[in-house]
Design a protein around this ligand. Structure first.
Ligand code: FAD
Length: 309
């Protein structure tokens, strides 16, 4: 149907959950001569696990992923998307079709080195997420699945933004630790057109982790956040700014979210040289729902900004 509509020269829109497409059609932001609805294509709603990888169909909803124990990071990212209505209808394929700069799923998939499967009349092909985002999907094609490695360690997804049910995140962060392959991956969403990997901070963390215990020194966890701030400051601020959404705010929030996510994965340990006061400070940072005073997710306004997620 998609190929036929495309061949006829019609402007075609793929419809999955419709949480992004329907408002865009209603507002006139998108115009379509034909809509191809995918909800009843059951093959797209399958998810599965192989020996080394997890595959998730494009039609799988956030609600389907919320309780998926095989991928705690993915479940965590899905749990903090919008409201229950959005999670019940929004899909993986739609998230990849919309490419929101701070999209929760997109940020997590960036950290998880996901691959994307697309299909068109010319066949199917897997591409790394970065390549898929650069090239896009063919006009007569669609996303059919994503694939990621099975988790090899702790994974955390955190974000900050307006009221979660109504607004997407301003800044999102995913940290994925692989204790088997000794890897740390960190992606920040909401600081550029696409979520970005924090390569410098990742390399620094890999050298600092005690891989036997899966812990990191307190100072190193803090330095990790500083390195993320430095990296984010170097990204061209192409996103629109508004109250509480300035480049400086996004930068600061990225650093706090990154050090918090790393702390939740790697339980910072005080070294002998560390003063007791510093230990207390970071121990607070590692607790969900609490934060240092400079943390933008702290304070009376934090609940309203969705900071706890
Ligand atoms: C009130 C509200 C709150 C939200 N909160 C959040 C949030 O907290 N976090 C977050 O990340 N997002 C949030 N969103 C965004 C939204 O829910 C996601 O982007 C969602 O994943 C889109 O999926 P969908 O199935 O609804 O896509 P649709 O709306 O059906 O489609 C979205 C786009 O993708 C294309 N598309 C759909 N399926 C495919 C496919 N298989 N292959 C290729 N292209 C395809 C469509 O043509 C369209 O361009 C929110 C949205 C709303 C309305």
């Amino acid at each position: 149907m998609l190929a036929a509509a495309h061949e006829s020269g019609a402007a075609v829109a793929l419809l999955s959950g419709g949480t992004d497409l329907v408002p865009a059609l209603r507002s006139g932001e998108r115009v379509a001569d034909a809509v191809v609805a995918l909800r009843r294509v059951l093959e797209l709603r399958v998810r599965g696990a192989g020996a080394d990888s997890l595959t998730i169909g494009a039609g799988v909803t956030y609600a389907d992923l919320v309780g998926w124990s095989l991928s705690p990071g993915l479940a965590r990212a899905a749990r903090v998307v919008g409201s229950v209505q959005i999670r019940n209808t929004g899909t993986v394929g739609g998230a990849l079709g919309s490419v929101r700069p701070a999209g929760d799923l997109l940020t997590y998939l960036t950290a998880a080195d996901a691959e994307v499967l697309t299909a068109s009349p010319r066949g199917t092909r897997w591409r790394p997420l970065g390549q898929f985002l650069a090239e896009g999907v063919e006009a007569d094609g669609l996303v059919t699945a994503v694939r990621l490695a099975r988790p090899g360690g702790p994974q955390v997804h955190v974000k900050i933004g307006g009221r979660q049910a109504a607004y997407p995140a301003i800044v999102s962060c995913a940290v994925v630790v692989d204790r088997v392959r000794h890897r740390v991956a960190c992606a920040i969403g909401g600081v550029g057109r696409l979520p970005a990997r924090m390569g410098g901070a990742e390399s620094f963390a890999v050298d600092e982790v005690d891989w036997t215990t899966g812990t990191i020194p307190v100072q190193a966890a803090r330095r990790f956040g500083d390195l993320v701030v430095e990296a984010v400051a170097g990204i061209s601020p192409v996103l629109p700014v508004g109250p509480g959404e300035s480049a400086d705010y996004r930068c600061h929030a990225a650093g706090v979210l990154a050090s918090r996510a790393l702390a939740r994965c790697l339980h910072p340990q005080a070294t002998r040289a560390t003063q007791p006061a510093t230990t207390t400070e970071l121990a607070t940072d590692a607790q969900p729902g609490t934060a240092r005073p400079s943390d933008p997710t702290a304070g009376p306004g934090a609940a309203g900004r969705g900071g706890g997620s």
